[in-house]
Design a binder for this molecule. Structure first.
Ligand code: GDP
Ligand code: MG
Length: 597
């Protein structure tokens, strides 16, 4: 089929506005799957995604649609994630497309990621088609939302399509208008092969599967291809498309989105963003890759038992293959032993990686409190990037510490403006702009990232009864008065409990932390002192009193079932404990810093 009959598009939206549901309807329409196969939300294939109801990995699907002009078009669409942590996946998917459907919930209206994702699409030169979803809801207010699309985003929405991804209402008009609205792909099928790796993952039987967008040329089985960045060559075994079932084809030509399997066995053999060419084309200029995303939040991940260390490394390597934002490097902690310092885009990303490591790879882990990246200017005029408070140079060698500053874009209905401003000020934010757009306010704030990564999102939601939405972008590093707060347990510093805090807050934080740890660390047969220190100065202290003998006796002397229960509980708890000196510290302790108000 010719290029004019291909449409490559993405669906972009704020989270929960209905992307995945619409994708399901499209697959259903294509008839590619039987009712039986059409499990709910096929695209959210990972268990975790289904449970959390969010899309983590972008997925692609090709389907045929016979338009009113009598011609059959191949529609290639990519379902993108919508959470703020995963905005890099959105932009990645958009590289493969000429058009984007901007789906807006007709009852919720325009939210922060509707705006952010739409701007990303426009910046990448895509045609954007706004669509109102959930029109079946009684609370849908299309007129208000049309006005918002025009005022907040600046798109013409006079003839906006109104659909229900749930009932399928408006689907025909949608398909018809995307065929008319989106341009066909361009590209030279006779030119030298250039295919962009949009995504890649490991399949136990096939090796590495690459999802590619072919920009020029043709790729087919039997040909020798080269991965541009590494110069390594492979023979193509199979090419094809996802309908969403993997369906093999004779070739993939310019303009198409599909998969390539080429006996690539090593996990790093096909990096996302890389270009595939024919092995004979030694001089081809690669396609511009993706913007490199930098993880901004780091935390320690330690296997509870030391034997799991290698398994943990392997699991991280596998996850990293199709999650380019995930970083990891070996870390040794005096308290927790051998593990990894991992970098994430944000808290949700971190939670998801942690859950996947535990569920899919059966690992039992202790994680430490996440921290943002700091820049340190040393007295020798070096600039260090510090991922771990334990890596800070000694006080005497630090000239200044710089913290990351983000710019937050918040959309909030007027009645909650006061609450939201108060929250931003509490989080050390400084207002950059405040703008009325319809009945909403668009706020811009600069804030230290450390104040945002932990719980800002939850607080914003509760300050606005769920109505405010936000998006953020890293801006710069800025000098701040920061110090390392150490925690000592019976005089021994526990490296994994160190944090970087504002000098003015150190005392308060130290007191809160030592109190909290006192309630988390179980009582021992001896007294335990918990101290907080800045440098060699102790700034707070709490004491866990020794257990008296008769207390233990009472505990374990009861009836048999209670004792058994207790032992079982203890056994379960043990797996999550770490021995520090003579003291067992439970996992909770390493996250205690997060719970400080
Ligand atoms: P995503 O986060 O954008 O992928 O959103 P989902 O497709 O997961 O949808 C979020 C929620 O909205 C789910 O509970 C869907 O069932 C619901 N939903 C999606 N589209 C519609 C619709 O057209 N009408 C109604 N009433 N609910 C919808
Ligand atoms: Mg989804």
């Amino acid at each position: 089929r010719r290029l004019e009959q291909i449409r490559n598009f993405s669906i972009i939206a704020h989270i929960d506005h209905g992307k995945s549901t619409l994708a399901d309807r499209l697959i259903e329409r294509s008839g590619a799957l039987s009712q039986r196969e059409m499990a709910e939300q096929v695209l959210d294939s990972m268990d975790l995604e289904r449970e959390r109801g969010i899309t983590i990995k972008a997925q692609s699907v090709s389907l045929d649609y016979t338009a009113r002009d009598g011609r059959t078009y191949q529609l290639n669409f990519i379902d993108t994630p919508g959470h703020v942590d995963f905005s890099y996946e959105v932009s990645r998917s958009l590289y493969a497309c000429e058009g984007a459907l901007l789906l807006v919930d007709a009852s919720q209206g325009v939210e922060a990621q509707s705006v952010a994702n739409c701007y990303t699409a426009v910046e990448q030169g895509l045609e954007v088609l706004p669509v109102l979803n959930k029109i079946d809801l009684v609370s849908a207010d299309p007129d208000r939302v049309v006005q918002q699309i025009e005022e907040i985003i600046g798109l013409d929405a006079a003839d906006v399509l109104k659909i229900s991804a749930k009932t399928g209402q408006g689907l025909d008009e949608l398909l018809e208008s995307l065929v008319q609205h989106f341009p066909p792909p361009m590209g030279d099928p006779d030119g030298p092969l250039k295919a962009l790796i949009i995504d890649s993952w490991f399949n136990n039987y096939l090796g590495v599967v690459c999802l590619v967008r072919v920009f020029d040329g043709v790729v087919q089985p039997g040909e020798k291809i080269r991965v541009h960045s590494t110069g390594r060559e492979f023979t193509v075994d199979q090419v094809g498309i996802f309908t969403p079932k993997q369906t093999s084809w004779q070739s993939l030509t310019a303009g198409r989105v599909g998969y390539v399997i080429a006996g690539i066995k090593s996990l790093d053999g096909a990096p996302v963003g890389d270009t595939l060419t024919h092995a004979s084309q030694k001089t081809t200029v690669p396609l511009p890759g993706f913007k490199v995303v930098k993880p901004r939040v780091f935390a320690g991940v330690f296997p509870v038992s030391a034997e799991d260390y290698e398994d943990c490394r392997e699991a991280l390597a596998k996850l990293r293959l199709n999650d380019t934002a995930l970083r990891y490097e070996p870390e040794t902690s005096q308290a927790l032993g051998f593990g990894f310092r991992c970098g994430f885009l944000g808290m949700l990303h971190m939670e998801i990686v942690q859950e996947r490591l535990e569920r899919e790879y059966g690992l039992n882990l202790i994680t430490t409190a996440p921290t943002v990246v700091h820049e340190v200017l040393t007295t020798r005029a070096e600039v260090l990037e510090v991922h771990n408070p334990a890596d800070l140079p000694p006080l005497g060698e630090i000239k200044e510490i710089r913290e990351p500053i983000i710019q937050a874009s918040i959309l909030v209905p007027q009645e909650y403006l006061g609450n939201v401003i108060k929250l931003c000020e509490d989080k050390r934010g400084s207002q950059k702009s405040l703008q009325y757009v319809g009945n909403q306010i668009a706020l811009e704030y600069e804030m230290p990232m450390s104040e945002v990564v932990l719980d800002f999102f939850d607080r914003l939601k509760s300050a606005s009864r769920g109505f405010a939405s936000f998006d953020y972008e890293f801006r710069r590093f800025q000098v701040a008065s920061l110090v390392k707060l150490d925690i000592l347990v019976n005089g021994e510093p526990v490296d994994a409990l160190s944090t970087i805090v504002h000098r003015d807050l150190a005392q308060v934080r130290g007191r809160e932390l030592t109190e909290r740890l006192k309630s988390i660390i179980p009582r021992q047969m001896f007294e335990v002192a918990i101290q907080a220190a800045v440098g060699s100065r102790i700034i707070a202290r709490s004491t866990i009193k020794a257990l008296r003998k008769n207390v233990t006796a009472k505990c374990y002397g009861g009836d048999i079932t209670r004792k058994k229960k207790l032992l079982e509980k203890q056994k379960a708890g043990k797996r999550r404990m770490k021995q520090v000196g003579k003291i067992e510290i439970p996992q909770d302790a390493f996250l205690a810093v997060l719970q400080v108000d």
